[in-house]
Design a protein around this ligand. Structure first.
Ligand code: BGC
Ligand code: CA
Length: 209
């Protein structure tokens, strides 16, 4: 830059020439500066882009970790208002419904009308309930063939002595009594009910058949 300015000064005869030669050189200088600035701008843009990519990757990494933690929390806990016992979550209804209505309500919240597999499970729910409740047991499909609402056959049973008796016009649905045993009852009767789901939220059809 300095050599060019010196050369122009010594070789010029007229002032006007000097001005135009000098301004040409300034234009060139400007071009160099602008080019340089453009290069710098490009470098800065590239750096910002690289940083953006890094930050984006970091954010998605954190998001992934949060999802994993969320899943773990779901596995370990029951939803709010559900009570946990030995790997299952239980919902105690606040109102009375017919058996089929109760069964459908449980399905809408990704669960099934309670299936009682053991005395411990029954003792747990009896200790929490204040009124008789529908359980997911019925022989609606075939009289005398009691099946659970999740499709599994009846194993261990806890009928009250003398039950099931298919009383009067017929009783195809089962209730759990506060006395810690079962009675068959008319399915159109209205009782409170208990929904059950496994803690990892498996669907009813994923249970044993
Ligand atoms: C019977 C039950 C029956 C109920 C119906 C009772 O007296 O012992 O078996 O389910 O009546 O209301
Ligand atoms: Ca009965």
């Amino acid at each position: 830059m300095s050599s060019k300015v010196t050369k122009l000064n010594t070789s010029s005869v007229q002032g006007s020439c000097e001005v135009s030669a000098a301004s040409l050189s300034i234009n060139e200088l400007m071009t160099v500066i602008v080019t340089k600035l453009e290069m710098l701008e490009k470098q800065i843009d590239e750096k910002i882009k690289a940083m953006d990519d890094k930050v984006e990757k970091e954010i998605s990494h954190i998001q992934e970790k949060l999802n994993m933690l969320g899943n773990q929390i779901d596995i370990l806990n029951c939803p709010s208002c559900w009570q946990e016992f030995q790997g299952s979550c239980y919902y105690f209804s606040g109102n009375a419904k017919t058996w089929s209505k109760a069964r459908d309500i449980c399905i809408t919240v990704n669960s099934f009308l309670i299936v009682i597999d053991s005395k411990q499970e029954q003792d747990f729910v009896v200790s929490k309930m204040t009124l008789p409740v529908w359980i997911g047991l019925s022989d609606e499909v075939e009289e005398g063939q009691w099946r659970w609402a999740d499709g599994s056959p009846l194993g261990q049973s806890f009928w009250k002595p003398g039950e099931p008796n298919n009383f009067d016009t017929g009783e195809d649905c089962a209730i759990l009594l506060k006395e810690n045993n079962w009675n068959d009852f008319n399915c159109e009767g209205k009782f409170h009910f208990i929904c059950e789901k496994t803690v990892n939220c498996a669907q009813p059809q994923e249970r044993k058949q």
